[in-house]
Design a protein around this ligand. Sequence first.
Ligand code: XMP
Length: 509
Amino acid sequence: MEKILVLDFGGQYNQLIARRVRDFNVYAEIKPYTVSLDEIKKENYKGIIFTGGPNSVYDMSSPHYDKAILDSGVPVLGICYGCQLICYMRDGKVESASTSEFGMIDMTVDKRESLLFSDIPDSVVWMSHTDYISQAPEGFEITAHSDACPCAAMENPAEKIYAVQFHPEVTHSEYGNKLLENFIFKICGCSGDWQMESFIDSTVNSLRERIGDKKVILGLSGGVDSSVAAALLSKAVGNQLTCVFVDQGLMRKDEGDFVENTFTKLFDMNFCRVNCGDEFISRLKGAVDPEDKRHIIGDAFYEVFWNKVREEGDGGFFAQGTIYPDCIESGKGDADKIKTHHNRVKMPEDIKFDGIIEPLKDLFKDEVRRVGELLGIPKELVWRQPFPGPGLGVRIIGEITEEKIKVLQEADAVFRDEIAKSGLESELSQYFAVLPDVRTVGVMGDHRTYDHLIAIRAVTTDDFMTADFARIPYDVLARVSSRIINECDNVNRVVYDITSKPPGTVEWE
Ligand code: XMP
């Protein structure tokens, strides 16, 4: 398989670079700059992209790389810091400007016949730098400039080394994608034959080979990643796969049944649903502190899950829905540390497996979704909005009771239904109802009521680190409010949460 290496020097757009390359049906993987040159050589990469990074090449602590990488004959493209690093490695001159060049900048192409700039006119590019190349290294030609940046791009085509000061991977660079396409196809000579269909075929084959006639066990949450992993494993080994689905009674309305129906009807596997809502509620009795509740739910979940796995007996493989962003080692800080993630669960020592299987560990989220669609998982599951592990437990403020779960499930179902009907689903990143521990006075007919308050929350965000409350049209809000009060017992008031993150969080607890 042809591959491009994205060598990570700690820039913020590194995953985006890999995504852009993959959009051209060429597999790209990200490795931290601490990876050895020998390891890189072993992989037969078709090309290497040096990413940006927050440092200056002259800082003692800034990430550098073995100069020999530029002599290996593999085409290299340096971006931003990566561009300056190439200059530094080849004894050119990098200097610090008195002011930074930041934002959308007009770039002039100086070498029209450059392969990298094929079909790229003078255009706007995204710049974000203070250091700049004041003298290109020997053997390099400057191929583009801007008013403030004498060397916006340089190249040594004989050695297939190219470098750009701007960020072609961000959409603000008008012809950024074209530039990456030129690098991948015209310079690296890739053919672009990496496709999701072939990913599925080759993964299924290698899963069959590895698993043989052994069994596989997978914890299925009903979330996108574990669902797609389940479908892929089912295609590979059918009923050698057992999926354990712990229904803690804190799912959304009818969600447990939907997950069970999907996987028992559409896929060949042993599906094992553990209904333990009552046990969770009794363990949660009296707990009101958000962290206490989270711990109780988390501990109970793992206890129930691993007990079920123990019943299945030792041996065979343990599968997880880990995806690529969960495993990328960052070029920033401690590059040896792999990010821990809730998808990667800790295993009790008494349970022995022949190995761990993570069939999606090379895919980004949208690629996982694509695989899910191709495998026939229903759209509502593949495009499911994020749902926290502790479920409705973090959306019921105060003590969790069966009655409150029911009220919240009904209100949440109405809200989701209205969002679907208004066609707003794809515009919202997450939307749900919350049950604060509040009762308010109201009037229904001639009667005074004293009932639950429901809060509804809808946010837009790219990464969930920050978020804004969604500007849902008033008429949609009005329908949601009216339906919740009419259709949900014991609710007499609805409020809309207009807090952004920060200072708020997406969830209420
Ligand atoms: P917050 O509330 O931290 O949420 O702004 C950001 C995103 O994370 C989800 N979330 C969780 N997911 N276990 C999870 O698996 C949790 O305990 C948890 N808490 C929050 C939240 O739904 C949102 O998408």
